[in-house]
Design a protein around this ligand. Structure first.
Ligand code: SAH
Length: 354
């Protein structure tokens, strides 16, 4: 049995079953054995858009240059990335931005929100030519400057609670110990979810998921735009509208595995409920729009042609990578983006049509 499973079983024996959220938090970011804490999972267990193609980060870098200029090119601002992985997206954004507006890069005070010491090390190597600061939580970033923020595939890693409907109501799904194994169980308590259309008449056995952390982060980000200008872009996979269903999944080596089998050795994620994110935001929120629509509006096809012209030997690979990002049966539709920004003036944002 792996050390983290031992630790979780000991916790359960001492204190009783733990929530799915507590299980996810331990599996992903337990300081000693958490999945993200001592390894680089990117490219091995799963691959993200910035790791598929440099075009992804370049287009988003140009998006930020545009929205920064639209807000009067502030001479100092926080440029924040949530959960930066290997640092590839930040590096691609900065490279593209520096080509068109070096002033943007000079004005950016870069902060990476990263819990993993191991990935901080990788990010430091990728971004060795720029000054970067790390924090573990977004609320450690001071609210003293305009804010431009990106989070790609981070909200799916934030712990969710799950509730299962029985004949008499909703019960929290728990993780318990059975001998040397972990298993799902159900709390006897009845939980009253926030009133929402999907909850009414949900048949017995339905699963409802609630992210504990997404709402407060979104609310904190959006409140900052009451004082300072800025734009936050959140990209992830999930539902445009709140829906029922068990989306907790574990990926190891690119294959789905049992989420309880080997805590700390597989990536654990859940679909993002974009409607819930929208509810948590104050001020202006745009989207969700699909990743395909967003990247097409930012000019992914033109940029792919330019890259192919420069690297003719890679043309076929570039086409494949672009398809992966925008095709409907790949990342194009499942992945979505929302943007938060200040309410003043209601500026239009590139990639969002209103
Ligand atoms: N955005 C990157 C990586 C996504 S993987 C990309 O697109 O390639 C998720 C990232 O979020 C990793 O860097 C992981 O260490 C970090 N992370 C996971 N849980 C976190 C948490 N609770 N707080 C801060 N960072 C977290």
């Amino acid at each position: 049995m792996n050390a983290l499973k031992r630790k979780i079983i000991d916790v359960i024996r001492a204190k009783g079953p733990i929530s799915v959220a507590d299980y996810m938090r331990l599996a992903l970011i337990d300081p000693e054995h958490g999945y993200y804490m001592s390894r680089n999972p990117l490219g091995r267990d799963f691959t993200t858009a910035p790791e598929v193609s440099q075009i992804f980060g370049e287009l988003i870098g140009l998006f930020f240059v545009q929205v920064w200029e639209d807000r009067g090119s502030p001479s100092r601002f926080h440029f924040v990335e949530l959960g930066p992985g290997r640092g590839t997206l930040m590096a691609d954004m900065l490279r593209a931005a520096a080509k068109v507006r070096p002033e943007f890069v000079a004005a950016a005070k870069i902060t990476l929100v990263e819990v993993s010491p191991f990935l901080r090390g990788t990010q430091a190597e990728t971004l060795s030519s720029v000054a970067v600061k790390w924090v573990s939580r977004f609320d450690e970033v001071p609210n003293d400057l305009p804010l431009f923020l990106i989070g790609n595939e981070i909200f799916d890693a934030l712990p969710i609670r799950q509730f299962v409907k029985s004949e008499i109501g909703w019960h929290e799904r728990m993780v318990t110990a059975q001998g040397d194994n972990l298993a799902f169980s159900s709390s006897p308590d009845i939980f009253q979810p926030r009133s929402h259309a999907v909850n009414f008449g949900a048949p017995s056995g339905s699963v409802l998921e609630i992210s504990e952390f997404a709402g407060p982060i979104i609310s904190d980000i959006s409140r900052r735009f009451e004082r300072f200008d800025g734009v936050a872009l959140i990209i992830d996979y999930g539902y445009a509208k709140t829906a029922l269903g068990d989306t907790l999944q574990a990926l190891k080596g690119g294959a789905y595995v049992d989420p309880l089998a080997e805590p700390g050795e597989a990536d654990l994620t859940a679909h993002v409920d974009f409607e819930a994110l929208t509810r948590a935001a104050q001020g202006t929120i745009k989207g969700p729009v699909s990743q395909a629509e967003f990247l097409e509006r930012l000019g992914i096809r033109v940029r792919a042609e330019l890259l192919k012209r420069k690297n003719p030997a890679q043309a076929a690979q570039i086409d494949l990578d672009v398809s992966r990002l925008i095709d409907a049966d790949e990342m194009g539709i499942l992945f979505k983006t929302v943007a938060l920004c200040e309410a003043r003036g209601q500026p239009t944002l590139p990639g969002f049509d209103d």
